[in-house]
Design a protein around this ligand. Sequence first.
Ligand code: ZN
Length: 294
Amino acid sequence: MTDPIRRRRLGLQRLRDIRRKPMEPAVAPSEGAEVFRACPKCGESSSKLKLNENQMVCPACGYHYPIGAYYRLHILVDRGSFQELDGGAPVADPLDFPNYPDKLEALREKTGLRDALLTGTCRIDGYRAVIGVLDGSFLMGSMGAAVGERLALAVEYADAHHLPLIVFSASGGARMQEGIVSLMQMAKTSAALARFSERGGFYLSVFTHPTTGGVTASFASLGDVLLAEPGALIGFAGPRVIEQTVGQKLPEGFQTAEYLEEHGFLDQIVDRRALRATIAQLLGLHGYKRRRTL
Ligand SMILES: [Zn+2]
């Protein structure tokens, strides 16, 4: 087991590395790694430098590349303002799932994250907030006991300190390796958010590509304001499962952020490059005060 101080150092190191050379975390550059990258949507090649300047959005078509938690913080929060909340990641292996603890440990070493959800306090354009970011490179951002606990603690911290809560979701849903314990996190996170809401807390949820399963069906959908990045896949079950269950062909664009916005499920789709300004504006509109000093 890696000791917590070393792990935290790894995380901070990763944040610094990303600041110097912003790249998607957890993707090791292979030998002779290409300097250009072809967009999976339009095929246009862009240099990695250009993509980084553009916050990993294709300059030609606006395709939003999935990004990791540290890179998200790098482009969103005020420099030097992020402080990780110690979520005390519980080790849950209730099914005695083959190789699960080893896999977790290897991912922690590789990513510098303790689990799929990174939580902390930060400032966004001067507004103090509690932030949570799911990282898709950590077991598909799936929700097990550690994610549920970290989210619940972040909610409680926001409540105790009268701070707004902002969560970026990117998830394959509940973590199958933890069986029923992972499903219980849906109730746990929802209950924590309900209490936060009753006490007047403001919760902003941002869907990113892809957000599915138990995360969509719990905390990601419970925001006072629901935003999404363009083109994000948002759903519970996959389209094939639904088609087989209901015996009908699904409409075009079903489960995309655009479809959901059109049908009233989302408040707004916001380009990644405009998210910082939009979030700051929303915090101001909800009565939070901007402070310039850390
Ligand atoms: Zn493109």
